[in-house]
Structures are given as C-alpha cells and as structure tokens.
Design a protein around this ligand. Sequence first.
Ligand code: ADP
Ligand code: MG
Length: 250
Amino acid sequence: MVLAEQVSKSFGSNEVLKSISLEVRRGEVMCLVGPSGSGKSTFLRCINHLEVLSAGRLSVDGELIGYREANGKLYEMAPKEAARQRRDIGMVFQRFNLFPHMTALQNVMEAPLRVKGLPKAQVEQNALDLLARVGLAERSSYYPAHLSGGQQQRVAIARALAMEPKLMLFDEPTSALDPELVGEVLDVMKGLAKSGMTMIVVTHEMGFAKEVADSLVFMDGGVVVESGDPDEILTNPQHRRTQAFLSKVL
Ligand code: ADP
Ligand code: MG
C-alpha cells in the first residue's frame, strides 16, 4: 500500500530525510517512532502531499505520489490529480484541527458534502454511523469547544474516515491529550486496525505498538535505524540509538 524508495527531503541545506526506504502492506499497521526532530512528521507529510520530495520515489497503492510516469520520465501531476490522490489518504494530527464553528456532525459531513457531491441525507447518515463507530453517537450536535480532547480527536478520526481513505496517517494523535483520555483514542485506532485499515502511526505509545502494529520503524536523524517486528525491537533493540530512545519512553 505504501512504498518508499530512497526518499530524501531537504529544507534548504538541512537534509531531514536521508534515503528512507520502507513498505507497508495492505491492511497492516506500521508504527513510526523516534526522537523529536528525526523526520517522522516530514515523512508523513510527504505521503500526504504536504511536502514535496527532494529525491526518491513514494507510492501509495501502486501510484506514484505527485508524479506521473510517461516514456520513462516523471512529470509533476496536475493539482486536480494530486487532490484526488490526497482524498484517498486520511490524516489525523496531534492537534485536532476541527472546525470550531461546526458541530461534530457538521465536521464529519463537511468534506464529503463539498467534495463528493453526494445527497445530503446520505452524507449525514454516513457521518452519524461514523460518530457511533468512534463512540460519539450522543455528541453529534456538540461543538468542539464542548468536547474533551479525546472526544475531539475521535471526531477528527471520524472526519478522516468520512472520505473512505485507503490509508490512514496518524501523527502523534494522543500526544496532546491528558493521560486519562489517551486510552479512548487508542481504542478507536485499535478497532480501525482490526477492521483492516492500512495505517502509519507516529506514536510514543509502545503498548499500542506492541499490541497493534505489524511492524515498527525506529528513525533517528532522518534515517531508518532499525525496523521489524515490534516485539523483537522493543524487547531486544539492536542499535545503541534505539536502546537509548526506548529506555526513555518505555
Ligand atoms: P519529528 O516529527 O520526528 O519530530 P519533523 O519531521 O517535524 O520531525 O522535523 C524534522 C526536521 O525538519 C527538524 O529539524 C525540523 O526543524 C525540520 N523541518 C520540518 N519542517 C520544516 C519546514 N517546513 N521548514 C524547515 N525545516 C523544517
Ligand atoms: Mg512530529
């Protein structure tokens, strides 16, 4: 579902991703961990068209991100085509980024109404189903300011799912939450993983990684230091940098 081949990204002279290669198979969950500044967010942002690669190739579901290949050459995609690719990829950020002037239901309905042009009644029913799925059936008419951080983040997940993505990216989705609200968000993500969604999750929640992830990638300084089975890496990290990082978060 996701294939990164020697992906590099620089901001000016600062190379923050240095030849990252990895793959995520359909239906699998990959946890991406590493110290602050190691390039995790930048990598997710490259997948979702929020950044443009400096070198390498990135594809989702067999399609290059941002480029079209013809006669052995790469051509930049038209904005319309890039937008189509983006719609298939859901993203959930550390900050919930809900529209403050819209209710939970309106937040979930917004993109499908605007982009998909489906009948309103159908979009609304789908949004209500999604809110029920994240445990918020009773909160559909609440505004974000009247929801807890955990509830807001669950609305954000429902909102991303409303576009029926084939891939979900999570960038530290529980880092901004009070500790007692982390579990409810992780539970929703676990359910999503069980339903077969392909997910890349940047997180420091090693319990989640151990229980849910099919693979774990440890990044530091823009490179993949170590990757593989989460249990193995968490119990027996091979690299000094992985050991040092895990000793801080475990
Ligand atoms: P992480 O998510 O692992 O904490 P980031 O991907 O956010 O790391 O950042 C990696 C590095 O890239 C940092 O040094 C950061 O300052 C730099 N960086 C990220 N985005 C930008 C940007 N838009 N312009 C310049 N530098 C950036
Ligand atoms: Mg980050």
